[in-house]
Design a protein around this ligand. Structure first.
Ligand code: NAP
Ligand code: F7E
Length: 338
């Protein structure tokens, strides 16, 4: 063990986990993470960190474990003795949660409870971050959502996240544990999973530009989301755990845009019209939709000194450029600059 602060991350192989690991390593933390066993490599987003060995050891230390397996959580907590735990592990796809409600609840709701209970039983003063979601607001009760807005979840995923959120609040109130909730609105990046709508669009735009694909099938284009840039959002997670008292924070840009607007920008960035490539597929509709999300992050701005910086248009361009590069194309020659 070193004298550096120690962090433990669940969900490190995902979009946010990989950016958070980078951030904490840059801040001098000893970073540990839980990974699940899988039949193929799942560590693509963190390979560069895992392979980075310096005099104090590996930049990123990986431990097998699962939010479904209490014993593995107890064991890793005992081994690592973390100062901060970031619980990002989840079955995070809303549409999939309608098809796998029990598995989703097990990982997201019960997984969080297992981890909180395992931390409680260590008796150590651990700071706990819970990855809450704007999906918890669901059928929104006010045009702008903040920490006081009532939850009205519209999917098994969102219901499980409400349970996890309330479990964190409960452990704070009942046992005096340091448990903080981030309520993060959608955030995207070139590392976003390919099944989420923004990445699905930017990857298709790049493939169409490369002549490898003609059409893209999407569901509801009218849904509106508050979309930010993931690297900025993991900075907010860290700031949340640096507060003297545990608290809950909405993290958002304050703007809302439709899926159609995102598609229009992404296609326009390579000089194409989305209408010529996007086709409707009802399979991507959900049994219950969240029509509109728009966050009010004024508390985060005031208390955490955090504010989203990357604009919606820049986000689309960053993602298209990265997917063009992955297709072997030079964004400078393919993308329009008007
Ligand atoms: P993501 O890319 O889907 O990553 C999810 C991570 O959770 C992966 O590392 C995955 O591991 C891991 N995981 C899944 N089931 C697990 C289990 N049973 N035990 C341990 N780990 C498990 O998600 P993300 O976009 O980075 O989001 C991070 C967290 O923030 C999630 O909790 C998500 O629900 C929440 N959130 C995301 C957003 C957003 O817009 N991105 C907004 C609000 C909240 P494998 O690689 O092995 O599958
Ligand atoms: O859908 C519509 C879909 O899957 C956004 C997760 O990170 O953010 C994410 O959840 C919208 C929805 O994200 C397709 O109906 C249309 O209205 O990209 P998404 P999400 O459901 O908002 C929240 C904050 C989280 O917490 C979650 O973990 O886009 N949509 N056509 C489509 N969506 C997908 N995936 N695929 C389509 O073809």
């Amino acid at each position: 063990m070193t004298g550096r602060p120690r962090a433990l991350i669940t969900g490190v192989t995902g979009q946010d986990g990989s950016y958070l690991a980078e951030l904490l390593i840059a801040k001098g933390y000893e970073v540990h993470a839980v990974i699940r066993r899988s039949s193929t490599f799942s560590t693509g987003r963190v390979e560069h960190l895992y392979q980075d060995v310096h005099e104090e050891g590996r930049a990123l230390n990986l431990h097998y474990g699962d939010l479904l397996d209490t014993g593995s959580l107890v064991s890793v907590l005992g081994k690592v003795e973390p100062d901060e735990v970031y619980n990002l592990g989840a079955q995070s796809h809303v549409a999939v949660s309608f098809q796998m409600p029990e598995f989703t609840a097990d990982a997201v709701a019960f997984g969080t409870m297992r981890l909180l209970e395992a931390i409680r039983q260590t008796g150590r003063p651990v700071r706990f971050y819970q990855a809450g979601s704007s999906e918890m607001f669901g059928k929104v009760e006010s045009p702008l959502q903040n920490e006081d807005t009532r939850f009205h979840p519209r999917s098994p995923y969102a219901i499980a996240k409400v349970f996890a959120h309330q479990m964190a609040v409960f452990h704070r109130e009942a046992y005096g544990m340091y448990c903080a909730n981030g309520i993060l609105f959608n955030h995207e990046s070139p590392r976003r999973g390919e099944v989420f709508v923004t990445r699905k669009i930017t990857q298709a735009v790049a493939r169409i530009a490369a002549g490898r694909q003609d059409h893209l099938y999407l569901g509801n284009l009218k849904a509106k989301r508050d979309w930010g840039y993931a690297p900025e959002y993991v900075e907010a997670m860290w700031r949340i755990l640096q507060q003297p008292e545990p608290d809950d924070f909405v993290i958002a840009t304050g703007e809302t845009h439709s899926v159609e607007e995102f598609a229009a920008l992404a296609f326009a960035s390579v000089g194409r019209r989305w209408q010529e490539h996007v086709r409707y597929d009802p399979r991507y509709e959900r049994p219950a939709e969240v029509d509109l999300l728009q966050g009010d992050a004024s508390k985060a701005e005031r208390v955490l000194r955090w504010k989203a910086r990357t604009t919606f248009a820049d986000l689309a361009r960053i993602m298209v450029a990265a997917d063009l590069r992955a297709e072997g194309l030079d964004p400078d020659s393919v993308m329009r600059h008007d």
